[in-house]
Design a protein. Structure first.
Length: 238
C-alpha cells in the first residue's frame, strides 16, 4: 500500500485503522487546530479555538471512517469526507457577514476552516506528510503575508471608506473637498445600517487620480479628510 514519507518511517500500522494510528492522528490534528485556533482567537476573528478543534477532529475521523469503509467494506466512495466538505461549505458560508459599516468580514476565517477540514481529512487517510506540509503552508499564508497584504492594499489607487458627516447638508462640501484633494468618487451610497437613524452615514469608494497623492498611503489621505469641518468620522473599510 503506497504511503507518504512519514507513514513509511512509522510503519504500516500508521495507515491502518487501529487504536494506535487513530490516537496519533487525533493528537496531531488537535495540535494543528490549537495552533490555528490561537492565531484566529488572538486576532479576534470568528471561529476560535474550540470551533476549529471540533471541526478538525470531525474531518479527521471522516477520513478514518472512509478508510475503513473502503478497505473493509469495499465501498468505492468516500461519502463521509464528502458529507463533511458539504457541511463545512454551508457553515463557512454563514460565517461571512457584512458589518454595520458595510464591510465584508469572516472571509479569511471561512476559507481557513475549509482548508483545515481538507487537511484534517487528508491526515485521517494517513497522509501525514501531505497534511503537515499543507498545514505549514496554511499558517505561512496567514502569518507571513499579512503585513505584505496590508502594505499593498494601503498603496493601491482604489479604496473604500466609512464616512459620517455632521449633517446631510455637508455632503456637497465633502465631495468638493475630496475632488480638490485629487480623489475621484466612484460610488457613494447611504449606509443602510443607519437608515432612519438621523445620522448622515455613507460608504464611499475612491480612486486616487491626483499626482500629489501618488506617494501617499490611504491612512495619510484619510487623515487629511478627517480634519475637514464637515466630517464627523471617517475610516477605511477593509
Amino acid at each position: 500500500m503506497p504511503t507518504d514519507f512519514i507513514a513509511d518511517l512509522l510503519g504500516n500500522w500508521s495507515v491502518e485503522v487501529n487504536i494506535a494510528s487513530t490516537a496519533l492522528k487525533t493528537a496531531v490534528v488537535i495540535l494543528m487546530a490549537v495552533i490555528l485556533g490561537c492565531e484566529r482567537s488572538k486576532n479576534r476573528h470568528a471561529a476560535g479555538l474550540r470551533t476549529l478543534i471540533v471541526l478538525s477532529i470531525g474531518s479527521m475521523f471522516a477520513g478514518v471512517g472512509d478508510i475503513y469503509f473502503i478497505t473493509v467494506l469495499h465501498v468505492n466512495f468516500s461519502f463521509l469526507s464528502a458529507a463533511v466538505f458539504i457541511g463545512i461549505s454551508i457553515i463557512t458560508a454563514n460565517t461571512i457577514i457584512f458589518s454595520s459599516k458595510n464591510q465584508l468580514m469572516g472571509v479569511t476565517t471561512s476559507v481557513g476552516m475549509w482548508a483545515m477540514s481538507i487537511i484534517s481529512a487528508i491526515l485521517g487517510f494517513g497522509l501525514y506528510t501531505a497534511a503537515l506540509l499543507g498545514f505549514a503552508a496554511l499558517m505561512i499564508g496567514l502569518l507571513a503575508f499579512s503585513k505584505m497584504e496590508t502594505y499593498i492594499k494601503n498603496r493601491s489607487n482604489h479604496f473604500e471608506v466609512h464616512l459620517e458627516l455632521k449633517s446631510k447638508s455637508s455632503l456637497q462640501e465633502f465631495i468638493s473637498a475630496a475632488r480638490e484633494f485629487g480623489l475621484k468618487i466612484d460610488n457613494l451610497e447611504i449606509n443602510p445600517a443607519y437608515a432612519n437613524s438621523g445620522l448622515s452615514v455613507y460608504t464611499v469608494k475612491f480612486t486616487v487620480i491626483g499626482k500629489s497623492l501618488e506617494k501617499k498611503s490611504h491612512n495619510d489621505i484619510i487623515e487629511a479628510l478627517s480634519v475637514l469641518d464637515c466630517v464627523y468620522f471617517v475610516e477605511k473599510i477593509g
